[in-house]
Ligand binder design. Structure first.
Ligand code: NAD
Length: 496
């Protein structure tokens, strides 16, 4: 990143897109209504955004359906679509500073993370699915010579995508890139807290050559625009990332409307299991601190439960606490800041309430626990560590989605697995040990979608991501994500 950038000066020069993008054009909401887009960095009003509702969703779905039926996108040769998506990745890269700035202003994450983390990952995702388009083959079934059986994958039609605010553009890209690569039309509803980058990328998609109507973005609230998309009779699939509570609503919407395919990437309560025989306890401590404080803990697979073997408890927790102190909340527009703002006042209060609950239920507050930087007008919470947590306590069971670590002690591998699996969630688990046999046995026993061993890094776009249990249904990332956006067809030809 160019160290000389004055991000505040850049912010004052920004032109922020604030209308819905439907049928290749920016338009006001049909109702004419708007909602305030407030920056959690300092509480100022950034812009008023078109408040899409059911009528705008109807228009967007109609545009998407027309575009799908006339084949302006899925009818193009794979190589042509390949070029367009790769061009979109290049345009996102070219405009990465602007997109990173929009993300930081909109949801408060540190600018260095937005630029070097989110934007890079978005470029990688869009390019990867673009490049995949002309490299995927269909199948021929093993039949007698008297028949030919083709097993082909076809695009579904209109895909709705509803996404959260913690990684606004990246979570959107995990949906729209594979859905477009598979030949679908998309209607995306970003979270009301963070609609800015989705609107800008819709414009870049048009510039890249995505035809009108193929990629639509309707900002608005969950109960109105989100629900309308979930219940729409002409939407073939709904891809959702967000809370487990709202994920369940999308299953209901589907059941009460047209049985659209629903895929869900929901919450998590990742156990980070540290054994005394970890190869490098400093690396494990850094993994523990980064795992809960990155993005202020507003991460679905945040390592929110630290399970530490009893004999290293004191020494290990001191290491994590020392690292936590380096994560002091600061100005998100300063490139050195590691811990930015919480997304809004509502989430800040929710996290502070969980901290009070932890204290009330008998956990020991070992570090932090307070709201800070109130003089800025923004929303900031200190890195917070609880010790002596029992897995039955609320702070060990519910997804806090803030910089709050719950430390739980265990004695044996069996006990660690039991605690780890004692959760409604099953998104990810991390473990640290030098014993390969123990690591593999535990990895098999854990009921989660991803296990990382001696690292927090669960890989890039080439591996699937998603959860067991109430962490979701289906997988984002990797070629497996394309399964969510295609139907399988058998064509049987009699050759006798
Ligand atoms: P949320 O569930 O409140 O909102 C997500 C989206 O759903 C938003 O666009 C919102 O407008 C919409 N929505 C809200 N209520 C709705 C309703 N009644 N009907 C239809 N749509 C509705 O989640 P959030 O607070 O934005 O994000 C945090 C959650 O996202 C956490 O639970 C986190 O774990 C989860 N998440 C999961 C993953 C993953 O890959 N598993 C990744 C990122 C975030």
């Amino acid at each position: 990143m160019n160290a000389a950038i004055d991000w505040r000066a850049e912010a004052s020069r920004l032109t922020i897109r604030n209308q819905a993008f439907i049928g290749g054009k920016f338009v006001d909401a049909a109702s004419g209504e708007t909602f305030d887009c407030v920056s959690p960095v300092d509480g100022t009003l950034l812009v008023r955004i078109a408040a899409g509702d059911g009528r705008d969703i109807d228009l967007a779905v109609a545009a998407a359906r027309t575009a799908f039926e006339d084949g302006r996108w899925n009818g193009q040769p794979p190589k042509a679509r390949w070029r367009v998506l790769v061009r979109l990745a290049e345009l996102i890269q070219k405009n990465a500073n602007e997109l990173a700035l929009l993300e930081t202003l909109d949801m408060g994450k540190p600018i260095a993370n937005a630029r070097n983390g989110d934007c890079r990952a978005v470029v990688e995702c869009v390019r990867w699915y673009g490049e995949a388009i002309d490299k995927i083959y269909d199948e021929i079934a093993p039949t007698a010579k008297t028949a030919l059986a083709l097993i082909t994958r076809e695009p579904l039609g209109v895909v709705g995508a509803v996404v959260p605010w913690n990684f606004p553009l990246l979570m959107a890209a995990w949906k729209f890139a594979p859905a477009l690569a598979a030949g679908n039309s998309v209607v995306l509803k970003p979270a009301e807290q963070s609609p800015l980058t989705a609107l800008r990328v819709a414009e870049l998609a048009a510039e890249a050559g995505i035809p009108p109507g193929v990629f639509n973005v309707v900002p608005g609230f969950g109960e109105t625009a989100g629900q309308a998309l979930g219940r729409h009779l002409d939407v073939d699939a709904l891809a959702f990332t967000g809370s487990t509570e709202v994920g369940k609503l999308f299953l209901k919407y589907s059941g009460e409307s047209n049985m659209k395919i629903v895929s869900l990437e929901c919450g998590g309560k990742t156990p980070n299991i540290v054994f005394a025989d970890a190869p490098d306890l400093d690396a494990a401590a850094k993994g523990a601190a980064d795992g809960i404080f990155y993005n202020s803990g507003q991460v679905c697979d945040a390592a929110s439960r630290l399970l530490v073997e009893d004999k290293i408890h004191d020494a290990f927790l001191s290491k994590v606490a020392a690292l936590a102190k380096t994560y002091q909340p600061g100005d998100p527009l300063n490139e050195k800041t590691q811990l930015g703002a919480m997304v809004d006042a509502v989430q800040t209060k929710r996290v502070l309430d969980f901290i009070e609950r932890g204290k009330d239920e008998g956990a020991e507050l070992a570090l932090g626990g307070r709201q800070v930087r109130q003089e800025t007008g923004g929303f900031y919470i200190e890195p917070t560590i609880f010790d002596a947590v029992q897995n039955r306590m609320t702070i060990a069971r519910e997804e806090i989605f803030g910089p709050v670590l719950s430390t739980i002690v265990f004695k044996t591998p069996e006990e660690a697995v039991k605690i780890a699996n004692d959760s409604q969630y099953g998104l990810e688990a991390n473990l640290w040990t030098n014993d390969l046999t123990k690591a593999h046995k535990i990895a098999r026993a854990l009921r989660v979608g991803t296990v990382t061993i001696n690292t927090r890094d669960g890989g890039g776009i080439e591996v699937p991501f998603g959860g067991y249990k109430q962490s979701g249904i289906g997988r984002d990332k990797s070629l497996h994500a394309l399964e969510k956006y295609t139907e399988m067809k058998t064509t049987w030809l009699d050759l006798s």
